[in-house]
Design a protein around this ligand. Structure first.
Ligand code: PMP
Length: 366
C-alpha cells in the first residue's frame, strides 16, 4: 500500500511510474465474458441470486474440475463468492475458533495473518527457503507441526514466489491430521509445472479459487470455494448473512469465462511464459540470480541481500530514483526483509520498461 500510494503521489506530480508491484493482469476482458454480462443485464438477470450462486456457474465449475483434473465434485459442494477473498474469509470463519493455531507457509500472501488475527486465531509461521526452491521441506514440517495446529493455509501456485508445490509435498500434506485451506487462485497459470488441485490429494480440504487471475477479472469480484458437503450449509448461512450472494451479473460473466476456448487459453499461457522468461533473463543480466525456477502464477521473488537489509527502504528508493514500483519482501513475512517481489502480470512492453529501470537502478545507484 505504501509503495502504491507513493507511486500515485509521484504520478499526480506528472512522473512516469512503471508498476511491477501489482499482481493484477492487464489483459483485456475476453469478449465472451463481456457478452454474457451484457446479456444478463439486458434480460434483467441482475437481482440477488441464490446465496450459493447460480446453478449454471456451479455446474460449469464442477465440469471444469472433472475435465482439467479428473476429480468428481458435486455442484452442491461449490459456493460462489465475492472474489476468492470472500471464499477465504468464509473458510477461515468456518474452521477457526479464537485461540486456534493456524500454520502459514512463509513467504505468504499478506492478507492471511491479518484475517487469522481478526478471528482471534494464532499464526504459526513455517518458513520455506530458496535453498529448498520454496518447497515445503517434509522433514522440517514433520518436526514443526503439533497437535494444537488446527488449520494450514496452502497457496500453490504461490504469491509471492511463483512456485507450485510438488506432488510429494501435496501427498505428504494430505496425510496430516489438519484442516487444509488450499488457496488455488493461480491454478492453471502453470508454465513448467502441472496444474494441480489439492482435491486430488484430499477431498476433505477446502479449495479456494476464483476468476481474478486466470480470467483477468479482478474488478468483477468473482470467486468460489469447494468444500465437503457437511460444511456447505453453514458456509451458505454465513454467506447469506455477510454478503447475501456474489454479484449476479459477474456470475453470468463467469459462465462466459468458462466458455473460452483452449486456443485462447494457450495463447495467454504462452504470453505469460514469454514475460516470465524475459523477466528472469533480464534479472540474470543485472547479476541477480533468483536461485530457483518460478514455474507458475506471475511473480518472481528475488533475494536482494547484496543491496539491502530493509526491503521497504529499498523499494521506496527504487521508486524514487528510477520510477519503478516493486513489492517489498517484508510484506510476505518477517524472514524475507531482504527480498523484493516483481510481478509480470502486465504487458511485455511494460515489463521491458520496468526491468530497464531496474537495470538502471542497479548500475547507477548500487
Ligand atoms: N489469494 C491470493 C494468494 C492472492 O494473491 C489474491 C489476490 N492478490 C487473492 C487470494 C484474492 O483475490 P480475489 O479476491 O481477487 O479473488
Amino acid at each position: 500500500m505504501e509503495i502504491l500510494e507513493k507511486a500515485q503521489e509521484y504520478e499526480r506530480k506528472g512522473r512516469n511510474i512503471t508498476h511491477l508491484e501489482i499482481g493484477e493482469p492487464t489483459e483485456r476482458t475476453n469478449s465472451l465474458i463481456k457478452k454474457a454480462a451484457k446479456q444478463s443485464i439486458n434480460s434483467n438477470n441482475s437481482r440477488y441470486s441464490n446465496s450459493l450462486g447460480i446453478q449454471e456457474l456451479r455446474d460449469k465449475i464442477a465440469t471444469k474440475y472433472k475435465n482439467n483434473h479428473g476429480v468428481s465434485i458435486s455442484p452442491d459442494q461449490i459456493v460462489i463468492t465475492n472474489g476468492s477473498s470472500a471464499a477465504l474469509i468464509l473458510s477461515l470463519i468456518t474452521l477457526i475458533k479464537p485461540g486456534d493455531s493456524v500454520i502459514l507457509v512463509e513467504p505468504y500472501y499478506p492478507c492471511y495473518p491479518q484475517l487469522i488475527k481478526i478471528l482471534g486465531g494464532k499464526v504459526r509461521i513455517f518458513k520455506t527457503s530458496v535453498q529448498d526452491k520454496y518447497q515445503v521441506n517434509i522433514k522440517k514440517f514433520s518436526k514443526f507441526i503439533n497437535k494444537k495446529d488446527k488449520v494450514l493455509i496452502l497457496n500453490s501456485p504461490s504469491n509471492p514466489t511463483g512456485v507450485s508445490q510438488n506432488k510429494d509435498v501435496l501427498k505428504f500434506l494430505s496425510s496430516l491430521k489438519i484442516n487444509i485451506i488450499s488457496d488455488e487462485i493461480y491454478e492453471g497459470l502453470n508454465y513448467d509445472s502441472d496444474p494441480e488441485t489439492f482435491l486430488n490429494y484430499n477431498k476433505n480440504s477446502i479449495v479456494v479459487n476464483g476468476f481474478s487471475k486466470f480470467y483477468s477479472m479482478t474488478g468483477w469480484r468473482l470467486g468460489f470455494l469447494i468444500a465437503p458437503k457437511n460444511l456447505i450449509r453453514g458456509i451458505q448461512k454465513l454467506q447469506q448473512n455477510m454478503y447475501i450472494c456474489a454479484p449476479t451479473v459477474s456470475q453470468y460473466a463467469g459462465v462466459g469465462a468458462l466458455s473460452i476456448n483452449q486456443e485462447e487459453i494457450e495463447r495467454l499461457l504462452g504470453s505469460y511464459k514469454k514475460r516470465r522468461d524475459y523477466a528472469l533473463s533480464s534479472l540474470r543480466d543485472m547479476g541477480i540470480d533468483v536461485g530457483y525456477s518460478p514455474d507458475s502464477s506471475f511473480y518472481i521473488f528475488a533475494d536482494m541481500s547484496n543491496y539491502t537489509d530493509n526491503s521497504l527502504d529499498l523499494s521506496l528508493d527504487i521508486l524514487k530514483k528510477v520510477g519503478l514500483g516493486v513489492a517489498p519482501g517484508i510484506d510476505f513475512g518477517p524472514s524475507f526483509n531482504k527480498f523484493i517481489r516483481f510481478s509480470y502480470s502486465s504487458s511485455l512492453k511494460n515489463i521491458q520498461v520496468g526491468f530497464g529501470k531496474m537495470r538502471e537502478y542497479i548500475k547507477e545507484y548500487t
